[in-house]
Design a protein around this ligand. Structure first.
Ligand SMILES: Nc1nc2c(c(=O)[nH]1)N[C@H]1C(S)=C(S)[C@@H](COP(=O)(O)O)O[C@H]1N2
Ligand SMILES: [Mo]
Length: 503
């Protein structure tokens, strides 16, 4: 009779046990809050503690798939560690149990660190810990019995544990996604503005020429955030606390905000990570209340410098109080977007929108806490990762038509695109063929200074290869600079240009 397990068999026991453990936690997280899934919580913690060079590398290398890359990387590490737990247990189950116990405790700690979970959430990683140790012990025991009988693999045990894990993981994903915030979102209905935005002029875009539509459909609106699993905040559970350098602390429920007279404004949001010519810009009508009113009701103290906002998942953002109070800017606490409640991925139940500032210093999604404070007292999330404290949106323009490297017929050619200078407004856009003169483009009607404008121009293009450039001039008289700046620390600059070949 053998006294130790074959290597492959031992490793497989570790892998199946850890897989079943992770799946069990994931299934429970569907009921306890998505972020209580130990795998998600460990991923969040890894992302949080990663040095900024690593997260920047991840973003540069994997672009919008950096989170997927993180999960795949975690999966590989888990697989290896699980196999190791099996391999060190070829004789006795104790070493593997200890290792799995240690992973389990790390999962518990990662979930405990989440700021957005109730106390019950601890059940998910505890289940992971128990299932991991239990399945490991069980498979290990069976393996020894069966080894004694025929020296073969414990196929039935693997089948049961493996199938159970698969079903639990898929069910956890499906149930988790379908519950929570989506249900609540469907129940609240679209917030109705007492002061709707003025109707859009008929010529608000040149989408027939290939520019974006003036309003970006919610499904196409660019999305940027640090979360791995979308925060699931139900409107009925949501509270907004206003505190810090104020005369009186205030707390609002969803109904408190929704029942106030709501205002609707069209605003173009833009990400500081948007490269010249990039796609991280979109426009929507937002419905909400003036942030200024909430702060005024709380009574601002004169030392106030920064509105420090926190989301349900612990992301933080610092906005200058001056921008929040500026009546011409219309900073909002928004509940609605393009006639619907905010989509979950855009911050349901509530987010901040402050026209003229990049999202990372203004647009907190799933916002639950507003602290009025000073710059020195609080440092927001991206500040310690190389981005600057203030982020006014830089005046920019982009060519959308023709597409780069398009083969063109020589002769009259339509060039069209977008330009933006939120809070200042676009004065004009100019387009240049190679080193020729700048030619003024035709602009769409201005909806308001906080939204993008579309433009088009007709160029006479001789045969051969060409470069087409555009630049915007804003209402302050500023001419968009040719100087190229990286997105870090406060937004890219430079002219967008495309190569075309006419024949
Ligand atoms: N809670 C939370 N809010 C957030 C972020 C985040 O990571 N977490 N990212 C900000 C950034 S960098 C941008 S550009 C905008 C993007 O908003 P959108 O995803 O609705 O387009 O959200 C902002 N609000
Ligand atoms: Mo951003």
């Amino acid at each position: 009779m053998r006294t130790d397990l074959p290597r492959f068999h031992a490793a497989a026991i570790g892998v199946v046990a850890v897989g079943a453990a992770a799946a069990a936690g994931h299934l429970l997280s569907a009921f306890l809050g998505r972020n209580s899934s130990p795998v998600v919580a460990v991923g969040n913690t890894v992302a949080e503690f990663s040095p900024s060079w690593l997260t920047e590398f991840g973003k540069d290398t994997f672009y919008l798939y950096d989170k997927l890359a993180l999960f795949v990387g975690m999966g590989v590490v888990m697989l290896v560690l699980a196999a190791v737990a099996g391999l060190v247990s070829r004789r006795s189950r104790t070493p593997g149990l200890v290792l799995i116990g240690v992973f389990g405790v790390l999962g518990v700690v990662a979930v405990l660190r989440r700021p957005d979970l109730g106390q019950l959430a601890i059940v998910a990683p505890l289940a992971t810990l128990l299932v991991g140790c239990g399945v490991f012990s069980w498979l290990h025991g069976r393996a020894f019995q069966e080894e004694a009988v025929d020296g073969g693999l414990s196929r039935r045990g693997f089948l049961i544990a493996g199938a159970g894990a698969g079903v639990a993981a898929v069910a956890g994903e499906v149930i988790g996604v379908s519950r929570d915030a989506e249900v609540s979102r469907a129940a609240v209905g679209g917030p109705v503005p007492a002061r709707p935005a003025p109707p859009l002029p008929a010529d608000a875009d040149f989408s027939k020429l290939g520019t974006p539509t003036f309003l970006t459909p919610n499904a196409d609106f660019y999305k940027i955030d640090t979360t791995l699993a979308l925060p699931q905040v139900r409107a009925e559970d949501w509270r907004l606390r206003v505190h810090g350098l104020v005369e009186r602390e205030l707390t609002f429920s969803y109904a408190d905000i929704r029942d106030r007279p709501l205002v609707e404004r069209a605003v173009t949001l833009c990400c500081v990570s948007n490269e010249v010519g990039g796609e991280l810009i979109s426009t929507a009508t937002f419905v909400g209340v003036d942030l200024r009113d909430l702060l005024t009701e709380a009574g601002l103290r004169p030392e106030a410098e920064q509105l420090f906002s926190t989301s349900s998942d612990g992301w933080t953002c610092g906005t200058p109080i001056s921008a929040v109070l500026d009546p011409s800017r219309g900073a909002m606490l928004a509940l609605g977007m393009n006639g619907e409640p905010l989509p979950v991925k855009h911050g349901f139940p509530a987010r901040l929108v402050v026209p003229g500032l990049y999202g990372y210093v203004s647009a907190t999604k799933w916002v639950t806490d507003l602290e009025v404070t000073t710059w020195s007292a609080r440092r927001a999330y991206w500040l310690d990762r190389g981005w600057s404290r203030e982020g006014p949106v830089k005046t920019q323009s982009r060519i959308d038509v023709p597409k780069p490297f398009a083969a063109q017929a020589a002769g009259k050619t339509i060039v069209a695109g977008i330009a933006w200078a939120q809070h200042t407004g676009i004065e004009r856009v100019e387009v240049r063929l190679d080193q020729g003169p700048w030619q003024p483009a035709t602009l769409t009607a201005e909806v308001n200074a906080d939204t993008w404008r579309m433009w088009w121009v007709q160029l006479d293009v001789p045969p051969g290869p060409h470069q087409v450039y555009c630049r915007a001039v804003d209402r302050s008289g500023y001419v968009q600079t040719e100087d190229v700046a990286d997105t870090v620390p406060d937004g890219a600059t430079g002219w967008h240009s495309i190569s075309i070949t006419a024949s």
